[in-house]
Design a protein around this ligand. Sequence first.
Ligand SMILES: Cc1cc2nc3c(=O)[nH]c(=O)nc-3n(C[C@H](O)[C@H](O)[C@H](O)COP(=O)(O)OP(=O)(O)OC[C@H]3O[C@@H](n4cnc5c(N)ncnc54)[C@H](O)[C@@H]3O)c2cc1C
Length: 498
Amino acid sequence: MEIENKGKHIIVIGAGLGGLAAACLFASQGYNVSVYEKNSTPGGKMQQLIKKGYRFDTGPSLFTMPFQLQKLFDLCGEKMESYLHYTDLEPLTRYFFQDDIIFDNYLDKQVNEREIDKFAPKSVDEYNNFLKRAEKLYNKTSQAFLFNPLYSLKDFRKLKYFDFLGIDAFSTVSQKVDKKISSPHLRQFFKRFTTYNGSSPYKAPATLNVIPHVELNQGGFYIRGGMYRIVESLLNLGIKLGVEFHYNQIVHQITVKREKVRGIVLKNGTHVKSDAVIANSDATDTILNLLAEGAISNSRKAKQQKIEPSCSGFVILMGCKKRWSQLRHHNVFFSKDYEKEFKEIFDEKHLPQDPTIYVANTSWSDPNDAPVNSSNLFVLVNAPYVYENQDWEELSERYSGFLIEELERRGLEGLEKAIEVFEIINPKDFLELYRSNRGSIYGTSSNDKFSAFMRPKNKLRGIQNLFLVGGSTHPGGGIPLVLQSAFNALELMKRSKT
Ligand SMILES: Cc1cc2nc3c(=O)[nH]c(=O)nc-3n(C[C@H](O)[C@H](O)[C@H](O)COP(=O)(O)OP(=O)(O)OC[C@H]3O[C@@H](n4cnc5c(N)ncnc54)[C@H](O)[C@@H]3O)c2cc1C
């Protein structure tokens, strides 16, 4: 295979996770791969900030389905352990409810049962049964929807024997959770997992109740040294495999002639020829803006425009010369009215007045991430995607002040005074930094039962040799699914015998 592909040139647009994974995979198959990235560093939304002795991951903080990353290294003929190590955390997450109940969610089943017993004794069995059901749902759906390119007839045949009623596509996450769980605290807990792909539990199909299985049965992990180790590892792997990386290079256009990709044009006017292009740029941006006029039909463009982006995020990074004993590694401060919060984000499109606040405090498990007696707080609130009439400069100042007050009210006393490093990343920043559709952070939303079929596939129909990878493509956002998009691109390339 390596010899067969030798001399064939592949361009990857963007060095986000999907671009890095695709670059490594294709290089391992003998292709000459060049990556063009608009920013000065690889990783896309997966970045890190190091300042005054504090280290922050600015994007993902939870690592799931490690077998996906393992598969990538295996396919590239390398040992993952030579590049990075991951570890589990106990408790995995500490949840703070507004009535002062605290739930330490452990992966250890017995310890976890004891924790639930403290605030919802009647729901211990309900919790376990919910996870059993989630596992069944995962077993029914993963091969058909996640690990399947869903591109040609033979892929869709895998859905043939599917009983759509059996995969909970016709009720929402919230309806199903309410039916199966009686504890209001655990209801909110289980509904939160829908936000992992940027959707609302009050709109998304209950099929997404597979996510608790992925985190709680298969495990949620942390990468030693920080999540950015994933990016550094794939960069090193790519370099080893001969991938060329070009930074500070904006791709302006994908050139297409007679329905076949010919290469790219950079913003500085340089033309670069290639046999294929893999776009890790946001699929909406690729289809609407990077393809030359006439390269794709107006109806295809209109279809793309209709796809709803996932929610965005409002992030504050705070290096604080203080530690709070009540914080763990992952912490969630829940809102009072969850339904209202999602209505504000997805329907009214404004920042929630009473938000659920996620706080990653990685210095809890990795003391190297902050100076002694200090904390590196990464604060994330789900936010609406960029919409007209939002003044993000003014909102950022006001909302960050509000969040600090809110965290103080929820127990982080003396927070404001302790801050010595302070950075904000708002939805407009996500749009401008990574050109993600309306600043979405997980690609497309799953707020509709048909969204699994609406996402652009990993090879664009109608144009030969144009592949799409990343969270805005099939099968969706988040580290493991983005890796899957790169596996799919390789599979579809093999099928097209380029
Ligand atoms: C705050 C936050 C928290 C998250 N938490 C988690 C989590 O805990 N667990 C998890 O699994 N996932 C999480 N995610 C989601 C995860 O980070 C993303 O799904 C994944 O990193 C996206 O990868 P991607 O391949 O889509 O590329 P992106 O990160 O979107 O990168 C695309 C790259 O393409 C470049 N680019 C775009 N257009 C051009 C162009 N025209 N020319 C050149 N370059 C271009 C961009 O600069 C960027 O580097 C989180 C995301 C965010 C932002």
